[in-house]
Write a protein that binds this ligand. Structure first.
Ligand code: ACO
Length: 308
């Protein structure tokens, strides 16, 4: 038995913050942001919208899409570094609001690699037969921990949520292989101290190395070659980091997901938001081999190779 995506949902706030808007807030330019990061605009949640509200909208759509009732969910897992509060967790708020009466619930904190950590954890429960249907959500309100006076970070982040229902699929489908890793010695390069603090250059170097290595490793672990890969979904942090992963896999441009221009870096929401958009646009088809790879504060990283 394999563990695969049987339903997906997403939510992004209505409010759009463009690079031009940011020019009015800090000493930056649309040109600088586009060329250095690939970002054109990002979504920002209103003051009264919490991470759990975005997670709820995405999760509801994922359940509907999967055709699974809330009572059939065994575990609710929410990857986030911006929970409404430390406890009750976002996952417990969701469990209640959705009516997942039979589910356990936990939040998972691995920054931008959080969704990968969630998917890989869910896979273990499903493949052992312990649980059947698991809701995995990546949701962030990064705007509440962004220093809007710091041009080094203010231009990068956005808010949003993506959710999948992971369930049993045939043995040759779903998550074929994974890699998870951490390097706490790099914690000083990316951390929260009221606001997000970052040494951009160090994070950049780490990301290029780990995203490339992890992508190649999961292909090998699945007994595949680069030629077998149909699509790459990298964490949407910086177009130049994403491009370096694509080049390591020797994939043409059209085989890499690119949503960073419209959402910015949404941390744990970035991979499921991209997956949603690529599935809905028909770019990922039945039988495709898809590599997903993320990195984040911690430092952490995670990747999976999946057969659709
Ligand atoms: N507008 C204009 N100039 C800027 C801006 C800005 N928004 N931000 C920085 N600059 C300036 C710098 O001050 C610097 O000026 P100086 O040379 O006079 O000192 C110059 O631009 C170049 O700065 P660099 O840091 O060398 O620029 P770089 O090309 O490395 O790009 C960036 C910076 C975009 C932050 C890049 O390093 C990056 O993307 N790093 C990775 C960040 C990342 O992925 N973070 C993930 C967070 S994940 C999580 O867990 C939340």
């Amino acid at each position: 038995m394999g563990a695969g995506v049987i339903g997906i949902g997403k939510y992004v706030p209505e409010k759009v913050l463009t690079n031009r808007d940011l020019e009015q807030m800090v000493d930056t330019s649309d040109e600088w942001i586009r060329t250095r990061t690939g970002i054109e605009e990002r979504r920002i949640a209103s003051d009264d919208m919490n991470t759990s509200d975005m997670a709820y909208e995405a999760a509801k759509e994922a359940l509907d899409d999967a055709g699974v009732t809330p009572e059939e969910i065994d575990l609710v897992m929410v990857a986030t570094v911006t929970p409404d509060q430390p406890f009750p967790t976002v996952s417990c708020i969701l469990q209640d609001r959705l009516g997942c009466k039979n589910a356990a619930a936990m939040d998972l904190s691995a920054a931008c690699a959080g969704f990968m950590y969630g998917m890989i954890t869910a896979k273990q429960f499903i493949e052992t037969g312990a649980y059947k249907n698991i809701l995995v959500v990546g949701a962030e309100k990064l705007s509440k921990i962004t220093d809007w006076n710091d041009r080094n970070t203010a231009v990068l982040f956005g808010d949003g949520a993506g959710a999948v229902v992971l369930g049993p699929v045939s043995a040759d489908k779903g998550i074929l292989s994974f890699e998870l890793g951490s390097d706490g010695s790099g914690g000083k390069y990316l951390y929260q101290d009221q606001y997000i603090m970052m040494n951009g250059r160090e994070v950049f170097k780490f990301a290029v190395r780990k995203m490339g290595d992890a992508s190649v490793n999961v292909i090998e672990k699945a007994g595949l070659t680069k030629d077998d890969v149909d699509f790459l979904i990298p964490h949407q942090a910086n177009i130049r980091i994403m491009e370096s992963s694509r080049e390591r896999l020797e994939l043409p441009e059209e085989k890499m997901s690119k949503t960073i221009h419209k959402y910015g870096n949404t941390s744990s929401a970035s991979i499921p938001l991209s997956l949603y958009d690529e599935l809905r646009s028909g770019k990922i088809k039945d039988g495709d081999i898809v590599v997903m790879v993320g990195f984040g504060g911690g430092l952490t990283w995670g990747a999976i190779a999946m057969k659709w």
